[in-house]
Write a protein that binds this ligand. Structure first.
Ligand SMILES: [Zn+2]
Length: 202
């Protein structure tokens, strides 16, 4: 829990409103402090809602608006005024669950970056092979005897690369993770081949 959650659990908007001098009617209605309000049009309980101006929120929002504070200042004011035993020095301290969620998100983000790179390499290599198959095809028996190595490479690999792109684009996340783990060697090789082919051409 962060300090906002702790404060909200300890103090209701109703508690804060009465503490700061807002008069509550029996039905938990009060004159709205955020717009000129002659008849009580704000409902205050754990949260607040004004049927006149639409002001709405929790106890932190209420104190923010009432005193013109930031959320953190509002939380600290409530902690001080209500004498709450809440540590204000580490307002955003992470719980074990927060950390776990965070590292899960980071793993997922790293996976998506890796997948994006892998797809880029595979598509680029596919284009190279596709062009080689089209442009370097032997036209005479002599050429066929001694055909371009990139043409042979294209014949050998293009279906596999096509299949890999298809798998990565269309399978479930779990399958993609397994797939990238299984084929990371191939993807590294593809990346190296693209660099070599581009070097040959320049
Ligand atoms: Zn109002």
């Amino acid at each position: 829990m962060n300090i906002f959650q702790e404060v909200k659990q300890a103090v209701s908007t109703m508690d804060a409103a009465s503490f700061y001098g807002i008069k509550l009617e029996r039905n938990q209605m009060a004159c709205c402090p955020f717009h000129p309000d002659k008849h009580p049009s704000m409902k205050i309980d754990n949260r607040f809602h004004c049927f006149g101006c639409g002001a709405d929120g929790d106890v932190i929002n209420f104190v923010e608006r009432l005193f013109g504070l930031t959320p953190l200042e509002a939380a600290k004011k409530l902690i001080a005024d209500f004498n709450l035993n809440i540590d204000v020095k580490t307002p955003y301290k992470l719980t074990a669950a927060d950390i776990e969620r965070k590292s899960e998100q980071e793993r997922l983000r790293a996976f998506h970056l890796y997948k994006r790179d892998a797809l880029n390499f595979l598509r680029e290599y596919y284009n190279i092979l596709h062009c080689a198959k089209r442009d370097l095809a032997p036209k005479t028996p002599e050429e066929f005897e001694n055909c371009h190595p990139l043409f042979e490479e294209a014949l050998q690999n293009i279906d596999m690369i096509d299949w890999m792109i298809e798998e990565l684009e269309n399978s479930t996340l779990e399958k993609q993770i397994v797939f990238l783990n299984t084929y990371k060697g191939v993807i590294a090789h593809v990346k190296g081949r693209i660099a070599e082919i581009n070097l040959d051409r320049s």
